[in-house]
Design a protein around this ligand. Structure first.
Ligand code: ZN
Length: 299
């Protein structure tokens, strides 16, 4: 049986995994993201410690970014202009490939999560599909023609612009680049700044949630109209508020106003906008899928 490694590299924590697939996770660890030297050393140590029992065919990385995904670029596989202290221009792919001496596939954390959900989770066989995480930040990945969406760089859905009525919501937004882009208005960090308490401590009936559902629905409507996804998976810490998902669904239907004549949107939206099927492992298992695909292509 072929064994693969995965690294889910996040701004606050790293998850490393050894697996053959979603039903056979052989080893797993997680630790806080500190500086690149220490964090990548711990990553290498985990795979080296497990190498005797679980020799890897390939490694997949799903990482926070922005990152360079152009194979012709001299900085391919680098985390590039991240505001995360110390990580600017970090060659995460090259460092791990050199240390572990195995083939390495890399993509954004959200493209990896999208691939995981498409392969084994809540959007199996549905193409195109989109995975969006609404947590500390907001990001989205997608699968199109069976592959993670790449383009000029990669999708940056967290930074799309949505209508912002300052009479309703005078909060100026927190994005260091755009202030009131989607992430600037609707990320967990934005909720905390606007309301003066962490999102998870805001009670169900708090006006924060109507506003949040409105912003997320506006973003989803833009994506639905632009990309026509067959399913949208919503993950991330903010979506752990169970009531929020049904509010977003209703608001999407209201904003679309019967324009898109698809039965799933009109009558079964609970099957169209869905929570992740792989629970907390969309990204890690997606990175395993990246590694499997790389290995299959090389044979
Ligand atoms: Zn922004």
């Amino acid at each position: 049986m072929n064994i693969f490694g995965a690294v889910e590299s996040g701004g606050t924590k790293f998850v490393c995994m050894v697996a053959t697939g979603p039903d056979n996770i052989l080893a797993e660890t997680r630790f806080p993201t500190t500086d690149p030297d220490e964090t990548l050393r711990k990553t290498v140590d985990f795979f080296v410690e497990n190498r005797q029992d679980y020799p890897l065919k390939a490694l997949g990385i799903g990482t926070f970014g922005p990152m360079d995904l152009d194979p012709k670029s001299p900085t391919f596989g680098f985390i590039t202009t991240t505001p995360k202290a110390g990580w600017n221009q970090t060659d995460i792919t090259g460092i791990l490939a050199a240390a572990l001496k195995i083939p390495v596939a890399v993509d954004t954390d959200v493209n990896a999560a999208a691939l995981g959900e498409h392969r084994w989770g809540a959007a199996q066989g549905l193409d195109p599909m989109i995975y969006i995480t609404i947590g500390t930040g907001i990001g989205a990945g997608g699968i199109y023609h069976g592959k993670p969406m790449h383009g000029l760089v990669h999708p940056e859905v967290g930074h799309i612009r949505i209508p912002h009525d300052r009479n309703v919501d005078p909060f100026e937004g927190i994005c260091p680049y755009h202030k009131d882009c989607l992430e600037g208005l609707a990320s967990g960090k934005a909720l905390e700044k606007r309301w003066g308490q962490p999102a998870k401590s805001l009670p169900d009936g708090h006006p924060a949630w109507e506003l949040e559902a409105d912003y997320l629905a506006l973003a989803l409507v833009n994506l639905i109209c632009a990309l026509s996804p067959k399913r949208i998976v919503l993950g991330g810490g903010v979506m752990k508020q169970d009531h929020l998902l049904s509010m977003v669904r209703r608001r999407v239907q209201h904003l679309l106003n019967n324009y898109i004549q698809s039965p799933i949107i009109l009558h079964n939206i609970q099957e169209y906008i869905v929570p992740p099927g792989l629970k907390g492992r969309s990204g890690g298992l997606g990175a395993i899928a990246l590694a499997i695909d790389l290995f299959d292509q090389s044979r």
